[in-house]
Design a protein around this ligand. Structure first.
Ligand code: XMP
Length: 580
């Protein structure tokens, strides 16, 4: 895969691997010389126009006597541009579902019906294919929706075969891989486990490995691989209990690691120190920074007391493939939220190559497959992602009290939450509509409101309340054990409910947020934030059945101190998944 900065690059590579063929992602400008021995090359779509100065390019030599090439979207336009076709600048572009009509026979069309639903997302388009190319499919608006030069084995598709909205996409990719490139179906995850373990033994030599495990899927699978490769005596796991975890999380992780056969699994209880440094903070980035810095201190202490920095040890990490790739064409993303902080000692280990990362070639779904293969329990592998700073970023704080403000569109909640608009961060108020959530709110009302009003980036509906919004207010509040306990209880209720009703399987993540909004006798509110997503980069708010929602809301309103239950109806963008 040559990456031209498109958001779908990894999705294409994943689809290729799902078809049983190894694929990796390289910068688009990779010299053709280095690609000579590849079975085939796919050029991804990207956000640019071939006419923009500095837009991602390919080595033109790739299109002369190289391996077979398939260009998708921008990749299709690049091929036309390089080989003497015509690319037309588009003003409005074409986004969404279209009907593809095959206009000529081709290798790519084996098992593909003559008329097909496909998905388009582009501004520019190919107006004229290069000499030697045939137009092999069109849509109503795209004359050259697909083109091929079967002699040179170069193909271009304007549409996206990798997305679910193109049902024949898998057949088309398959035809390219097996029909055109002659690739073999030999990428089989289950057969890779012994090779990975062999590699671990080779890198470790006679040294032992230590891990900071988080209870997440990646670090647990990496740890288990090392455990199998070296035996329990040579693998140490350290887990920091920050006090910002969900109910009974530490016990759960401990049980899992025991079941996996860990002999040296250490829990560092650090809840009091974390709460101490968080006391009195209310701004999201300040909270994140305090947690990151405290984490570094605790890790440093563990490293020193365990003598983990001496020559006998190497560090194990659960880094997976997408974590290792810098996107080729796109400029570095604007800082939306601070994510990582690194301990100096750990940096030194990395710099000295005293590190082992058994999962750097794999995608998340492959990591889950490997986990299943080596006996990590399914209940664990299927867990939703959970952010490092834990409940701290779901427990909103405020340095002041304030009233809710009535507007023509609903009530403005005086808290602020983080959003992302046009690749940059926003930090704005929340609009509350005094009605239960509907799909129309998610599809129409919330987008219209966040587009029109500059003071908000998020819209919530009211699932239920003990009092009218008119009588509620925002209270001064910080991160305390009491508030975290209320959030933990609410989160546990939601999790149990989602698991019993099967909602858990139909959402990608289901954050539960605590707001210091209520009345003097019940000062807090809960926000439900169920979303669907592929990778967390974008997300859709998901509706749950009214009867289910009512039942859940009633349970939450029983928690002492809870005044109202809100329901977040905002997609990402403009709202982020987490509120902070
Ligand atoms: P946002 O809120 O940015 O979240 O839409 C996207 C995904 O990232 C997770 N997330 C975090 N994960 N540290 C993490 O390890 C963080 O500080 C953090 N903030 C957000 C979030 O849960 C979602 O899956």
């Amino acid at each position: 895969m040559l990456d031209t900065g498109g958001q779908y690059t990894h999705l294409i590579a994943r689809k290729v691997r799902e078809l049983g063929v190894f694929a990796d992602v390289q910068p688009s400008e990779t010299p053709a010389e280095l690609l000579r021995n590849r079975k085939g090359v796919i050029i991804s779509g990207g956000p640019c126009s071939v006419y923009e100065v500095g837009s991602p390019d390919i080595d033109p030599a790739l299109l002369r006597n190289g391996p077979p090439v398939l260009g998708i979207c921008y990749g299709h336009q690049l091929i036309a541009h390089h080989l003497g076709g015509a690319v037309e600048k588009g003003e409005r572009g074409e986004y969404g579902i279209a009907q593809l009509k095959l206009t000529a026979d081709d290798f790519l069309w084996k098992n593909v019906a003559p008329s097909q639903q496909i998905w388009m997302s582009h501004r520019d388009s190919v107006a004229q294919p290069p000499p030697g190319f045939a137009i092999i499919a069109s849509t109503e608006t795209s004359g050259v929706a697909a083109m091929s030069d079967s002699t040179r084995k170069i193909y271009g598709l304007q549409f996206h075969p990798e997305v679910v909205h193109t049902p024949a996409g898998k057949d088309i990719l398959s035809n390219f891989l097996f029909g055109v490139c002659g690739a073999k179906r030999d990428w089989d995850i289950s057969q890779r486990v012994p090779l990975i373990e062999e590699q671990i033994r080779k890198i470790a030599g006679d040294r032992s490995i230590f891990f900071f495990v988080s209870g997440g899927v990646d670090s647990t699978v990496a740890y288990t691989l090392c455990l199998r490769a070296l035996g329990p005596e040579r693998v140490y796991g350290m887990y920091v209990d920050t006090g910002l975890m969900r109910l009974e999380e530490t016990e759960f992780v401990q049980t899992i690691f025991e079941r996996l056969g860990a002999a040296h699994f250490h829990v560092e209880h650090a809840d009091t120190e974390f709460l101490t440094v968080l006391a009195g903070l209310h701004e999201p980035e300040q909270k994140r920074r305090a947690i990151g810095e405290q984490f570094v201190k605790v890790q440093e202490r563990i490293l020193q007391t365990g003598h983990f920095l001496d020559g006998h040890w190497i560090l194990g990490q659960g880094t997976i493939y997408p974590d290792t790739i810098e996107s080729g064409g796109t400029a570095k993303a604007d800082l939306i939220k601070t994510h990582h902080n690194r301990v100096a000692g750990i940096q030194a280990l990395i710099d000295n190559n005293r590190i082992i990362e058994p999962l750097t070639s794999f995608y998340k779904d492959e990591v889950r497959e490997i986990g299943g293969e080596i006996g990590v329990p399914q209940e664990f592998l299927a867990r939703h992602p959970f952010p490092g700073p834990g409940l701290a970023i779901r427990c909103l704080c405020s340095s002041r009290g304030a009233r809710l403000v009535e507007s023509a569109d609903g009530w403005i909640l005086p808290v602020r939450s983080v959003g992302v608009q046009g690749d940059s961060r926003s930090y704005r108020h929340v609009l509350a509509i005094e009605a239960t959530p509907t799909s129309n709110m998610i599809r129409k009302e919330a987008p219209a409101l966040t587009n029109r009003r500059r003071d908000i980036n998020r819209v919530v509906a009211l699932a239920g309340a003990q009092s009218a919004l008119r009588s509620m207010k925002l209270f001064e509040a910080y991160l305390t054990r009491e508030r975290l306990d209320i959030l933990r209880e609410a989160d546990a209720i939601v999790r149990r409910f989602a698991s019993e009703t099967g909602i858990e399987q139909s959402v990608w993540q289901f954050p539960v947020v605590l707001l210091p909004i209520g009345t003097t006798s019940a000062r807090e509110s809960i926000v439900l934030r169920p979303i669907d997503s592929i990778d967390g980069m974008t997300a859709e708010a998901v509706l749950i059945e009214p009867a289910h929602l009512e039942c859940l809301t009633n349970q939450l309103l029983q928690i002492p101190g809870i005044c109202a239950v809100f329901y977040d109806v905002t997609n990402k963008p403009p709202g982020t998944i987490e509120w902070e």
